[in-house]
Design a protein around this ligand. Structure first.
Ligand code: HEC
Length: 128
């Protein structure tokens, strides 16, 4: 009788252990996915397409003069906006693209331009 009770308790314990194990496994999987997502944030199809294009510096410069030079200076050395010289050394391409298209850093406006134009712009920023 006592043995039976003990066995039931043991069984209960092992079911509980399995449940805890499953929850732990799920938590670990979620943490790993979050880490991967954090390490490789380039999942946006727009960003991916821009990055896959070569970009043309001369076109990029023209686009820059029209849309960006008012704030960032004719040669990107800065005016109302910060200097963009060497910006590609402290910001990744995807960060720059997101900053330009998001409008999340006012007063810089949102530039929702074609992927082609963005690739040209990015190419120009790399030469600054
Ligand atoms: C109305 C003024 C304005 C215009 C126009 C503008 N910007 Fe900006 N930009 C800013 C300001 C201000 C910041 C700083 C925002 C912040 O970090 O909070 C900035 C930041 C940036 C940064 C990040 C700089 C860094 O060192 O982190 C990049 C890259 C950039 N702009 C690119 C562009 C490009 C490319 C264009 C044209 C398509 C453009 N900006 C047009 C005002 C402007």
């Amino acid at each position: 009788m006592n043995n039976q009770l003990l066995e039931t308790q043991l069984n209960d314990n092992s079911t509980q252990n399995k449940t805890t194990g499953n929850i732990l496994a799920i938590v670990i999987i979620v943490l790993i996915s979050l880490t991967i997502w954090w390490l490789f944030p380039i999942s946006d199809p727009y960003v991916q397409e821009v990055l896959s294009l070569e970009g043309n510096k001369t076109r990029g410069e023209a686009i820059f003069q029209v849309n960006c030079a008012g704030c960032h200076g004719l040669n990107g050395a800065g005016n109302v906006g910060p200097s963009l010289l060497n910006v590609t050394k402290h910001k990744s391409d995807s960060q720059i693209i997101k900053q330009v298209i998001s409008g999340k850093t006012p007063p810089m406006p949102k530039f929702q331009t074609s992927t082609e134009d963005m690739a040209d712009l990015l190419n120009y920023l790399h030469q600054l």
